[in-house]
Every structure is written in structure tokens, then in C-alpha cells.
Design a protein around this ligand. Structure first.
Ligand code: PLP
Length: 369
């Protein structure tokens, strides 16, 4: 089986983990957590980093820190992971959706302005699958209407927009360190910001809002979303190799594109836009309508050939759970729907070899024939 993802753990991971065991520092109190926060946040040009137990928790903390109230609205893409909408709903606010751009697969930024109401408080941007959102435009709209920007850079470690790191654009930005992300800690996440007050709020929220003086007296509801020293140890070792990982991902992307281009029946990821080169967090393909094949069929055929794949995201406006909550009931976002039905991604892990990519590409071509 060629797995859809295989992480690279052959740097200093073992050495740093042994240090945790040898010193007995395994909890969130250990020294690697701070070091990881400092090094990671500085890598993405931010002043503060708050490490948490996963990327979904980072989103919950980020949205909560902004102090959104019941009924406030947050504009976000329908085509994303459910963690984005969950965080907004957890805060008591309402997700307001926009469709996808058919080429970059990112949120259709030209729809943002039409979704703004007097209740809008923030725009949540999500950099999808390896290309960043066109931030200059979003920043302009946010300024014009006095909105906050929440930036989900969980798929964009090491990516830049016009030369500036993804994760440096939000009032508050988040990362995930799940094993298929460009930096992994097994499970993990981080909130980053330049705002000292927001950073303090996040530190408190991830730690049950314990107070310094009267520890067990709480003024607010928080969570235990702390990252352990063990996770941070792995993260530090991974971070040392981020540039190398980005280069490797780009190599994988280029290789697949070279192998698969010229087949009219699939749409490949954009190699670049005017503001960024793709880092191919995952290598997605979209089946063209006239093929008469949907992503599920293609995935089943590839599975028979022992090749692991994943479907694209299922849009928020079609989620049964949100319909049950009375959200998005008659909303339609045709480009996002198309991506979710016809899009899938191929094995894209850092440990991929050319031999395996040949096998995958040949299987795809054979099926398309
Ligand atoms: C992976 C991911 C998350 C969630 O991160 P977890 O660590 O899996 O909770 C959030 N947003 C996006 C865009 C992601 O890709």
C-alpha cells in the first residue's frame, strides 16, 4: 500500500524526546514548549506563539480570544475543515459562508463584501492545499469595514504571500501540527499573534483560565488545551527542517504535474499565482465533468491498486449537523460543491519516492484511459 501520508521523523526527534524522558519533563511545563513557541512564531514573523494540543483547539482559542459575542458573524469559506466553523459556533457566533475559487480552491474573495452585515466582526481566511489566499484584498476589505482577520495557516507552514510568511497576516493566526502537516508534533497546534493582550488571553484560555494569584478562582471559561513537552520536542526537531520539507513538497508537486499534465480529463493544482508558488501541502486533482467519474469512484479504483487517497473537504453548507442546527439550509455554493464531488488528493507525504509517484501517476493515467 502507498499511504496517503507518511511523516519524516529522521532528524533530531528521537534525541529531543530522549531528553524529555531523561530529565523527566514530559508535561506542558517542560522547557521545549517555550522554545518551540519562540522559534516557531519567529519563523513566521510573529511576536507571540501559544502552543496548544491541536489545530482545532488553536482555532477555538483564537476565536474566543477575539471576544466575539452571541450573534456576531464571521465570514469564512464553505470549503474547509469543520474545525473552522466549530470554533465560531463554540464562541456563540455565526459562520457566514462564501464559495470557492475554481482555480486556487481558496475562498472566493470577491464574494466577501456582499456577505458583510452590521453584525460582521471578522473574516476567517483559510489557505487551502498549498496556495495562499490573496491577502492584500482581504486586508483592504477588513480595514474598510473594521473587521478582524483570523488566519488559518494550518496547511501553509513555510508558505509565503508576496514574500511574507503565511501566519503573519491575521490579527490572530493558527497552525496545526497533525502528522500530515509540514511540521508535525503528532497532535498539536499553535496560535500566533503580534498583540500582547491577545496572546495573554490565549495563554489563559488554553490553561483553563487559572489565575496567577487565586489559582482555582475563575473569571472566564477556558480549556485544558496545553501542549506537552514531548510534542514540543518533536516539533522543534521538525522545525529545524521546515525549509527542506517545503523544497521536498514542491518537488513532489512538480513531479506529479510533469507526469499528469496533458491529460485533458483532470484539472491539476495551479503551479503558481502572481503572489505565491504552490507548496502542494497535498497534491489534489479534480476530475472534469465529462469524464463521468466522481472522486469516490476514482478513489475506489486507486484503492484496488493499493494507493491511498483522501477526498477533498465536504462543504460546510452541506453538513447534516449544521442543517440540524438550522444553519445554511437553502444555501448553494456551486464551485465548492464541485470540488467536493470531483476532487481528491494523491499520496503527498514527505517520505514519497519518485518510484512511488511513478506508480501513482501511472495508475491514475491507466484509469483515465
Ligand atoms: C488540519 C487543519 C486544521 C485542524 O487541525 P487539527 O490539528 O487536525 O485539529 C484546521 N484547519 C485546517 C485548514 C486544517 O487543514
Amino acid at each position: 500500500m502507498i499511504p496517503v501520508n507518511e511523516p519524516f521523523l529522521n532528524g533530531n526527534e528521537k534525541k529531543y524526546l530522549m531528553e524529555c524522558i531523561d530529565t523527566g519533563w514530559i508535561s506542558s511545563e517542560g522547557p521545549f514548549v517555550k522554545e518551540f513557541e519562540e522559534k516557531f512564531s519567529s519563523k513566521v514573523d510573529r511576536k507571540y506563539g501559544i502552543a496548544v494540543c491541536n489545530g482545532s483547539a488553536a482555532l477555538i482559542v483564537a476565536v474566543a480570544a477575539l471576544g466575539l459575542k452571541k450573534g456576531d458573524e464571521v465570514i469564512m469559506p464553505t470549503f474547509t475543515i469543520i474545525s473552522c466553523a466549530n470554533a465560531v459556533i463554540t464562541a456563540g457566533a455565526i459562520p457566514v459562508l462564501v464559495d470557492s475559487d475554481p482555480y486556487t480552491w481558496n475562498m472566493a474573495i470577491n464574494q466577501i463584501e456582499s456577505r458583510i452585515t452590521p453584525k460582521t466582526r471578522a473574516i476567517m481566511v483559510v489557505h487551502i492545499y498549498g496556495l495562499p489566499v490573496d491577502m492584500d484584498y482581504v486586508i483592504r476589505i477588513a480595514k474598510k469595514y473594521g473587521l478582524k482577520i483570523i488566519e488559518d495557516a494550518a496547511e501553509a507552514h513555510g508558505q509565503t504571500y508576496k514574500g511574507k510568511p503565511c501566519g503573519s497576516f491575521g490579527d490572530i493566526s493558527v497552525f496545526s501540527f497533525y502528522p500530515n502537516k509540514l511540521v508535525t508534533t503528532g497532535e498539536g497546534g499553535m496560535v500566533v499573534t503580534d498583540d500582547e493582550e491577545l496572546a495573554e488571553k490565549c495563554r489563559s484560555l488554553r490553561n483553563l483560565c487559572f489565575q496567577e494569584k487565586k489559582r482555582f478562582v475563575h473569571e472566564d471559561i477556558g480549556w485544558n488545551f496545553r501542549m506537552t513537552n514531548l510534542q514540543a520536542a518533536i516539533g522543534l526537531a521538525q522545525l529545524e527542517r521546515l525549509d527542506e520539507f517545503v523544497t521536498k513538497k514542491r518537488k513532489v508537486g512538480k513531479y506529479y504535474t510533469e507526469m499528469l499534465k496533458g491529460f485533458g480529463s483532470i484539472q491539476l493544482p495551479l503551479e503558481r499565482t502572481s503572489y505565491a508558488d504552490n507548496i502542494y501541502w497535498v497534491y489534489g486533482i479534480i476530475l472534469k465533468d465529462d469524464l463521468g467519474l466522481n472522486a469516490e469512484d476514482m478513489m475506489a479504483y486507486l484503492k484496488e491498486r493499493k494507493i491511498g487517497t483522501r477526498p477533498f473537504f465536504f462543504p460546510m453548507h452541506e453538513q447534516p449537523v449544521f442543517h440540524k442546527m438550522g444553519l445554511f439550509k437553502n444555501e448553494r455554493y456551486p464551485f465548492a460543491e464541485r470540488l467536493s464531488r470531483l476532487g481528491l488528493y494523491l499520496p503527498s507525504g514527505l517520505a514519497l519516492t519518485e518510484e512511488k509517484m511513478n506508480e501513482v501517476s501511472n495508475a491514475v493515467k491507466e484509469i483515465l484511459k
